[in-house]
Structures are given as structure tokens and as C-alpha cells.
Write a protein that binds this ligand. Structure first.
Ligand code: SF4
Length: 312
């Protein structure tokens, strides 16, 4: 029997689906065939609207259909006043449908940062929460003790949007019976133990603290331009977008969109800092040592970097 998949969009922008539609290798059709999925519903791949899914949902509820994979894209919307009526299908709050399906599924994937932690939707004052977290606080919509039919927690795949290869790779591993180890925020270590900084083509500029002076310039964006690359976990410089690029390679700071606290309070394009040193340093870094090390590195910076002759 083919594993069944039901994909529901909730409070979000639909960007994860857009990313999926743009996947190149594999593309969405190759991935679906490779995973052998029976797609019960997806808003962009099904001819039906979500309204027409009532019968399928009823079949899942009555155990006439086994639900293997539930993908929720976007945050769960609880507002106003916990009714969920800001986000409905035919008058039924989506939160009620999500709860029903989550308890029937073998695997539940939170697709993107909004579904994982609330994300941008959480900042909108509509009672948006993640499936099992609200920002970094465990619990979220389903509660911290929630487990699926086979005893797994929600598997978080954060990113704004999540890279399609992360979804395909994770789904493929779990459906093959290889349960990837999850980090403290229930995201697979396979993809979320590395930092966005790793693989950025501006690394040499970072080492010698050669900073961008203006956007479009060549240099590191960490010290003044708002880059979260050394703080944020994710494979953004390993799995490139459209197999070609990443934000930081292209000169846009990493906004830390894979982290539970995203979006942060500070502005996107500047780095809060004390005497030129970012307020937030990479995990475990000692500030006085870092200050001394960066000062020496800046003094040792080769002219080819200071003159920005090396392209990124
Ligand atoms: S631009 Fe960001 S990701 Fe790239 S080297 Fe600098 S801090 Fe790291």
C-alpha cells in the first residue's frame, strides 16, 4: 500500500508550497513518485478544493482511510478568543481539523517556521501558534505530550520557507523506517545541526572581519548588517535555492528564519552591537576572547580582501 499524505495550509503565506513547486532535483513529481505517495489532498496538486475534502476527512476519522503523513503548512490560528474562526474551511475552524488529523496520523510534519513555532503569523496578533511550540516554548497547539499513532512528536521543518530537499529527505528517511534524531526543537539534526554561516561564500571576509560597507558591496554582513548566519541553524548554504544561490551568497543578511524566536524584535538589516561587536555571539563564544581574536584578525586582513577584490 502506498503511504497516504494529506497537506493542509493554515495561517501562513503558502511560501512552502511555492518552494515545493520550484524544486528542481528532485522536482515535486519525481519526489512524489520516489516516495510512492498517495496524495489524498494538497491545495496545489489536487483538483479539489479544501472544501471538498470533508468526505476524505470523515473517512480518516472513521479509520476507513489510514493517514500516514500529515503536513501542516502555516501556523495554527486560535483567534479570536480561542474560537479559531479567523481560519476556517466551510465554517469549521481549521484548528479542529488539524487536531483530528494529527491524532490519526503516523507522521506529522510541521512545514515551515509558522507551523513549527508560530513564525511571522505569531507576530500578527491573531492567536497563531506552532503545532508543538510557541516560539521556543514547548506546548504549542497540540501540547508537549502529543505523539502520533506510532509514538512520534511533531517533526519540525523550520524555514521561511523550508527548503524542499529538507522535506523530501526527512520524509524519505522516516517513511523508510530510518527515524532521524531530532534536536531540542524537534527538527532533524541531519539538517539543523549546521549553521547557515557554514558554506557561505563570505566566510573569508568573516574570518578577517572585513565588513560590507553597503548592500551590494562585498564583505561579511554579521557585524553591522544584521546577518544571523553564525547564530541560526539550517542548511541554507548547503542546499541552495534553485540549486544556485542563498540569501547570504547574494548579499542579503540571514534573518534567522529557522529559529524558534523568528521574527526577532530587532530590525532585519542592522546588527545590535556593543563597540562594533554583535550583541548576540555564536553559541558558547566568550566575548572578551572573541573581541581580542576579531581585533587581531581584522589587523591581519589581507589587502585583497580589504580592497574587496575577491568575488563571492
Ligand atoms: S554574511 Fe553571514 S553567513 Fe556569510 S560569512 Fe558573514 S556572517 Fe556568515
Amino acid at each position: 500500500m502506498k503511504p497516504t499524505l494529506f497537506w493542509l495550509q493554515s495561517g501562513g503565506c503558502g511560501g512552502d508550497t511555492m518552494a515545493l513547486l520550484n524544486a528542481e532535483s528532485p522536482d515535486i513529481i519525481e519526489a512524489r513518485n520516489g516516495l510512492g505517495l498517495d496524495m489524498l489532498y494538497h491545495p496545489s496538486f489536487s483538483a479539489r478544493s479544501s472544501r471538498d475534502c470533508a468526505a476524505t476527512i470523515a473517512d480518516i476519522e472513521a479509520n476507513r482511510i489510514t493517514l500516514d503523513v500529515l503536513c501542516i503548512e502555516g501556523a495554527v490560528i486560535l483567534g479570536p478568543e480561542n474560537t479559531g474562526l479567523y481560519e476556517t474551511i466551510d465554517g469549521t475552524p481549521k484548528k479542529d481539523i488539524i487536531r483530528l488529523l494529527a491524532h490519526k496520523a503516523r507522521y506529522v510534519f510541521a512545514i515551515g517556521t509558522c507551523a513549527s513555532f508560530g513564525g511571522v503569523s505569531r507576530a500578527c496578533g491573531i492567536g497563531a501558534v506552532g503545532l508543538q511550540f510557541t516560539a521556543s516554548e514547548p506546548g504549542g497547539f497540540l501540547g508537549k505530550d502529543f505523539t502520533t499513532q506510532i509514538g512520534l512528536p511533531v517533526i519540525n521543518l523550520p524555514g521561511c520557507p523550508v527548503h524542499p530537499s529538507v522535506f523530501f529527505g526527512t520524509a524519505s528517511a522516516f517513511l523508510s523506517g530510518y527515524h532521524l534524531t531530532l534536536n531540542n526543537y524537534q527538527a532533524p539534526l541531519e539538517y539543523f545541526s549546521m549553521l547557515v554561516h557554514q558554506g557561505c561564500t563570505r566566510n573569508e571576509y568573516h574570518e578577517f572581519q572585513v565588513e560590507e560597507q553597503d548592500f551590494g558591496d562585498v564583505g561579511c554582513l554579521f557585524f553591522h548588517m544584521g546577518c544571523h548566519g553564525p547564530l541560526a541553524h539550517g542548511p541554507c548554504n548547503k542546499f541552495l535555492w534553485n540549486n544556485r544561490n542563498s540569501k547570504t551568497r547574494n548579499g542579503v543578511p540571514c534573518f534567522g528564519c529557522t529559529e524558534p524566536g523568528f521574527p526577532q524584535d530587532e530590525p532585519f538589516f542592522s546588527t545590535p552591537n556593543i563597540v562594533g561587536l554583535p550583541l548576540n555571539l555564536p553559541d558558547g563564544v566568550d566575548r572578551p576572547y572573541y573581541l581580542a581574536y576579531k581585533g587581531m584578525a581584522a589587523a591581519a586582513a589581507p589587502a585583497r580582501l580589504k580592497d574587496r577584490k575577491t568575488q563571492v
